[in-house]
Design a protein around this ligand. Structure first.
Ligand code: NAD
Length: 480
């Protein structure tokens, strides 16, 4: 049995208590496959108690200044414990330790900064036609935050920061694969002076999440995870008109036109696909390449894929780690086998463990060329270090190929022609477009369309997701 930090207790109001429900499914160390201690999940009574604790919290009455101070203090706490977060994230999900510290913890801090910066604008009343006609942005109510394991700190901070900024008390149900990261974050909330009841923590799995979603006291469900679960949650929420924000899967296209800086585009595109072992919703996993540069692009991409190191999470450096679990590993293996069976051209990688590794859930960085839209590996989110390449002849065909999956999270465009960059960006059916490797600005809205979900996180838009809009006509604000 692997030696790892204990799973945190549930936090329900001021009470810390172990789960009283059934045991969660078997857990394993992603780096070795050795088993981890099993824990019990919260039962339905604990779910109800957590919702009630949030309902009686008076966090919604806190002033903007108090909220900004609390979130700033939370930011300081996360920074103080950044090494601990990195260690826990690395152990829980198998992220290489340097990546965990810089990218995983770094992204959370950056998003919290953007939330804090957006708070004055988000919490300000707006006037429409003089002081008697105004718009208020009020907290939507008790919010369920249901989060995945792949960016385990960042995904929670995006929701938690925005919810608390808006004045919503929350019940957090993190992934069953990364409860320790969530536990430390909740500890940071308490140390930051956020009052008990404003943040409640339930430890459990999909069943726990489903209990929470069904609870009538939940006004808003902010969910990040699979499209499958998002569809179920949206259905349940719709039946009682609970609000939802759904950040789901993706199969994002990276369009390389013949005039792009090919060497840079391939280096960045390959890295973007495989970072976090391919376990990012916005991974650039489908490369679409204009015919005149296609053969060169395939050769260059193969060279980069072959240079990607795969190694253990606790080894410092710039490598990628394992898939998070045996289920995710088997899924990646099955989809690589499927690509071979569908006669996509396997250029590098393939099934099985990478050279030099004999255990754990490690995948080989894998490149398929000549992939067509009818193939499953073109359509299905693989969530592993697997890149597909497809040629195109015209700009219209490139856009059609990019838009040819049910997803619409992100898309990437590589061209030195600014007119085409703008035209193609507007034609792509996706929530986020990045041109020529430009990073997204801090606070830029994060989210997708179609099977990638609805609603936006980050910055002002992230806070708005936790607010109701009220218009008042005929009464100016009176400060008592
Ligand atoms: P998952 O859907 O299995 O689980 C996500 C969370 O939801 C977990 O906490 C889980 O316990 C819970 N859950 C699962 N089924 C539920 C249900 N029916 N009702 C309530 N709760 C439920 O997803 P995962 O495997 O943890 O995460 C990977 C997926 O998340 C990928 O598809 C990825 O693309 C997506 N993702 C999306 C974004 C985004 O912003 N769009 C970001 C990260 C991950």
């Amino acid at each position: 049995m692997e030696n790892i930090d204990p799973v945190p207790l549930n936090l329900i109001g001021t009470a810390r208590e172990p789960g009283r429900g059934a045991a969660v499914a078997a857990q394993h160390d992603p780096a070795t496959g050795s088993s981890r201690p099993i824990y019990r999940k919260a039962d339905t009574a604990q779910v109800a108690a957590a919702v009630q604790a949030a309902q009686i919290s008076d966090w919604g009455n806190s002033t903007p200044a108090q909220r900004i101070a609390a979130l700033s203090a939370l930011r300081d706490q996360i920074a103080t414990y950044s090494q601990d977060f990195a260690r826990i994230i690395s152990r829980e999900i198998g992220a290489p330790i340097d990546f965990a510290r810089t990218a995983q913890v770094g992204a959370a801090l950056s998003h919290l900064d953007a939330t804090i910066a957006a708070m004055p604008a988000a919490l300000r009343e707006e006037e429409l036609d003089g002081a008697e006609h105004r718009i208020r942005f009020e907290p939507v109510g008790v919010s369920a935050l249901i989060t995945p394991w792949n960016w385990p700190l960042n995904q929670i901070v995006l929701k938690l920061g925005a919810a608390l900024a808006a004045g919503c008390a929350v019940v957090l149900k993190p992934s069953e694969l990364s409860p320790r990261t969530a536990g430390l974050l909740v500890e940071c909330c308490l140390r930051a002076g956020i009052p008990p009841g404003a943040v409640n923590l339930l430890i459990g799995d999909a069943e726990t999440g489903a209990h929470l979603v069904r609870h009538g006291g939940i006004a808003h469900i902010s969910f990040t995870g699979s499209t499958r679960a998002g569809r179920q949650i949206a259905g349940v929420a719709a039946s009682r008109f609970a609000r939802t924000t759904l950040e789901l899967g993706g199969k994002s296209a990276n369009l390389l036109f013949a005039d792009c800086d090919l060497e840079t585009a391939i280096r960045q595109g390959t890295a973007h696909c495989v970072r976090n072992a391919g376990q990012s919703c916005n991974a650039a996993s489908r490369m679409l390449v204009e015919r005149p540069i296609y053969a060169q692009a395939v050769a260059l991409t193969a060279r980069h894929m072959n240079e990607i190191a795969v190694d253990l999470p606790d080894v410092p450096g710039n490598h990628i780690g394992p898939q998070v679990s045996s289920a995710q590993y088997l899924r990646v293996q099955q989809l690589i086998a499927q690509g071979i069976a569908e006669n996509a051209r396997l250029v590098s990688g393939g099934t099985g463990l990478p050279d030099g590794l004999t255990a754990g859930f490690f995948s080989r960085p894998t490149l398929f060329a000549d992939v067509t839209p009818d193939m499953e590996i073109f359509q299905t989110e693989i969530f592993g270090p697997v890149l597909t390449i497809t040629p195109f002849e015209t700009e219209e065909e490139a856009i059609a190929l990019a838009n040819a999956t049910p997803y619409g999270l992100a898309a990437y465009v590589q061209t030195t022609d600014p007119v085409r960059a703008d035209r193609v960006s507007r034609a792509l059916h996706a929530g986020m477009i990045q041109v020529n490797g430009t990073s997204r600005a801090q606070g830029a809205p994060f989210g997708g369309v179609g099977a990638s979900g609805w609603g936006r996180e980050a910055g002002l838009w992230g806070i708005r997701a936790f607010q109701e809009i009220k218009s008042i006509s005929g009464a100016a604000a009176v400060r008592t």
